[in-house]
Design a protein around this ligand. Structure first.
Ligand code: AMP
Length: 279
């Protein structure tokens, strides 16, 4: 695998390849796990060359404490990427991405950031969109791969890619789960066995709603899940939203098949987990 720390060198290298080969791009913040591996595998199946980036983007964190606490494991990540035959890694320092006083851009996100992560993490998606735009301009891939686990992020990236008119095809990759159904995340490592057991309630709640959406109302299903969470003192439900997948606005009545998404965020012992399913 070729490793680049500087965009100038990466650009020269990619420009030689671009003429004859298709490029698939997988942006990450590192601390790689099986979810990221699924994105790289998917990128390999669509493109000749796979570029992965690892950059913990300060502009998408609401506090510098959170940013500092974010897990970093570059040498382990490099071994993993080598093992799965990733072709190129771009792992810049902040100064290669942002100038010293640079602020996040202001994108028109058309209300896609009004609820859920956008509501609870102010300016998060402006920060995500800012870095993704820069990375897209640099790598100029044919395809870019994002996890459905971060559904709101995926829809926002699709939206800004249309706005930028870059021709990049955005590919959503299904959520990778562990045997218990818990969506894999680098944060899961911070949970002990009992907490992992409790965390199953997130996915179970999503499955319950999917199973019952033709029999019960949106309001009733939300109430049932909220009640289940109130009975579990260790788990704190942050939000449970049932939304139209196209505009990410909450709905009162279920839509036709594959237009509904239920999104959940909850914390357990201070570890924040998110998940969703589409039905
Ligand atoms: P991150 O490094 O957390 O910014 O994530 C990088 C990419 O990996 C994003 O597109 C995420 O949606 C995706 N991702 C993270 N966890 C999973 C998972 N369990 N399954 C599928 N994709 C994932």
């Amino acid at each position: 695998m070729r490793i680049f720390k500087f965009k100038s060198e990466l650009q020269v290298y990619l420009n030689q390849l671009r003429e004859i080969q298709t490029i698939g791009f997988v942006p990450t913040m590192g601390s790689l796990h099986q979810g990221h591996v699924a994105l790289i595998d998917s990128a390999k199946s669509y493109s000749d060359i796979v570029v992965c980036s690892i950059f913990v983007n300060p502009k998408q964190f609401d506090s510098s404490q959170d940013f500092d606490k974010y897990p970093r494991s570059l040498s382990q990540d490099i071994s993993l990427l080598n093992n799965i035959n990733c072709d190129i890694l771009y792992c810049p320092d902040e100064s290669d991405i942002y100038s010293s006083s640079e602020r996040a851009d202001e994108f028109d996100l058309n209300g896609l950031d009004r609820y859920m992560e956008g509501k609870y993490r102010k300016n998060h998606f402006q920060g995500v969109a800012t870095v993704v735009k820069k990375l897209f301009q640099l790598v100029a891939p044919h395809f870019a791969f994002f996890g459905e686990k971060d559904l709101q992020q995926l829809q926002i990236i699709k939206h800004i890619t249309r706005q930028l008119d870059s021709g990049i095809k955005i590919m959503g990759v299904p959520t990778v789960r562990d045997d218990s159904g818990l969506a894999i995340s680098s944060r899961n490592k911070r949970l002990n066995a009992l907490e992992l057991e409790k965390a199953k309630l997130l996915y179970q709640s999503l499955l319950y709603i999917r199973k019952n959406f033709t029999k019960k109302t949106v309001i009733l299903l939300k109430e049932e899940i909220e009640l289940n969470f109130r009975k579990q003192s260790e788990l704190k439900l942050e939000y449970l939203e049932i939304v139209d997948i196209q505009n990410l606005q909450p709905i009162d009545i279920f839509l036709e098949k594959d237009r509904n998404a239920v999104c959940i965020a909850a914390s357990i012992s201070g570890v924040r987990l998110i998940d969703n399913i589409i039905f």
